[in-house]
Ligand binder design. Structure first.
Ligand code: SR1
Ligand code: MG
Length: 419
């Protein structure tokens, strides 16, 4: 730990920002500055800061705590994740500035990044919960994925830069969180799982399902060993800020060199979680069908944009070493990985420690069980059938063909557990 580190508070923020010359373009010397802590994530302090005389002059300060905020100081966390996030943001900004918040500076003593306040945007998950559509999201995120993944991979980087980059982004502790929370704990009895008891029969069935465990283990192995590209590492809809015209990906503190399908799958899996939640969140059948069509069209469109934009990557490869047949095979593997990884991201959000508001925020427990059960069934189908996938439309068909198993019927495979 740096000796100069101290966790900021709203009271200490004004003096801190006035001491930073990089913020002179925003805050005048010694003017009144106000701050509020707005972090609602699992890990960090986040301060919204603005000039009292002109709240449009504003900035976000994100500071790493040396422990996991969600749990407390019994779970220490390396502050180096703040450097990784700042460096990942710099790379993303170079590749897709229109979808990456601007960074003013990174303070290596305070493990703190000062960045653009996206105050005209909301966290996408919150918008989806309200049934708000984002018409440009698929185009934006498809481009973001293609550029950030393609241009940090071996397909584009020279042999030396790629290896140097892998080394800069080694992040054992944050990867371990994902290995445990996404690929291990949901499938066994552990104290950290947080599912609600009504859904337990289905959870226990998943925890006894060896065929499922094989597929999850294959995904975990890929996550741990496939240094394919610099991935964001946590690209769920809580890490995306949107409005009707713009999209920004925030929070790449879990960035490392991993499989591209983990990022693509995170976006798709979270859109499918929203789909499952609207089984109960939108009671009117027409409205529900309409919003779900938006979600599935978005999944299809984002993949197609990703494929289209990835063409600029393929244009740079040596076509003798990497002929068309190899390129097609690469894209197919990405599609199948995205289904498998996305499925794991869905199951962890229902069963594991860190849930999502889409499902866990449903107050009525019967309704929450219906949505959770549907999300689990969609995820299982996606991971088990991913090897048969040839198109994104087939992925959507698999997911939308699923039904909730709750309330348990006599014929349901989970009925024996409730008798
Ligand atoms: C223990 S941290 C829980 C989760 O929060 C982050 O957003 C990641 O998704 C991580 O798995
Ligand atoms: Mg985060």
């Amino acid at each position: 730990m740096s000796e100069k580190y101290y966790p900021l508070t709203p009271e200490t923020v004004p003096a801190y920002v006035h001491a930073r010359p990089e913020l002179r373009e925003i805050f005048h010397e010694d003017e009144a500055v106000e701050a509020v802590e707005v972090g609602d994530g699992n890990l960090n302090l986040v301060f919204r800061v603005w000039a009292k005389a002109d709240p449009k002059r504003t900035v976000i300060l994100k500071q790493a705590l040396p422990y996991l905020r969600l749990v407390g100081d019994s779970w220490p966390l390396p502050t180096d994740r703040a450097r990784i996030e700042a460096e990942a943001l710099a790379i993303e900004y170079r590749l897709v500035p229109q979808h990456t918040p601007r960074v003013y500076f990174y303070d290596a003593d305070m493990y703190l990044t000062a960045m653009q306040n996206l105050n005209n945007h909301i966290i996408m998950r919150k918008g989806l919960i309200q049934g708000i559509k984002y018409p440009h999201f698929a185009e934006h995120i498809g481009l973001f994925l293609a550029k950030t993944l393609g241009y940090t991979s071996d397909l584009v980087l020279d042999y030396r830069t790629k290896k140097e980059q892998v080394a800069r982004f080694i992040s054992p502790e944050l990867c371990k969180i994902t290995e445990d929370l996404v690929f291990t704990e949901p499938y066994r009895k552990t104290e950290r799982n947080r599912y609600h008891k009504e859904i337990e029969p289905q959870v226990l069935a998943f925890q006894a399902d060896e065929a499922l465990h094989v597929e999850v283990a294959l995904m975990k192995e890929k996550f741990m060993t496939h240094a394919q590209a610099l991935i964001h590492g946590d690209l769920h809809t809580g890490s995306i800020m949107v409005n009707q015209t713009e999209t920004y990906a925030i929070d790449p503190e879990f960035a490392f060199y991993g499989p591209m399908g983990f990022d693509i799958g995170a976006v798709i899996g979270n859109l499918f979680l929203s789909y499952a939640s609207h089984e109960v969140r939108t009671p009117d059948p027409e409205q529900r069908a309409d919003f779900r069509r938006y979600l599935t069209d978005t999944v299809i469109r984002l993949w197609k944009v990703f494929e289209r934009e990835f063409q600029s990557v393929w244009a740079q490869v040596d076509a003798i070493n990497m002929p068309k047949g190899y390129q097609d095979d690469y894209m197919l593997r990405l599609l199948q990985d995205s289904a498998g990884m996305g499925a794991c991201k869905m199951m962890r959000r229902v069963i594991g420690l860190a849930g999502v508001e889409d499902i866990r925020g449903i107050e009525n427990v019967e309704e929450r069980s219906i949505a959770a059960s549907l999300a689990l069934n969609m995820a299982r189908a996606l991971i088990m059938q991913r090897g048969d996938l040839r198109t994104i439309e087939q992925m959507v068909e698999i997911a939308t063909g699923c039904r909730p198993a709750y309330p348990w019927k006599e014929t349901s495979p989970f009925a024996s557990a409730v008798r």
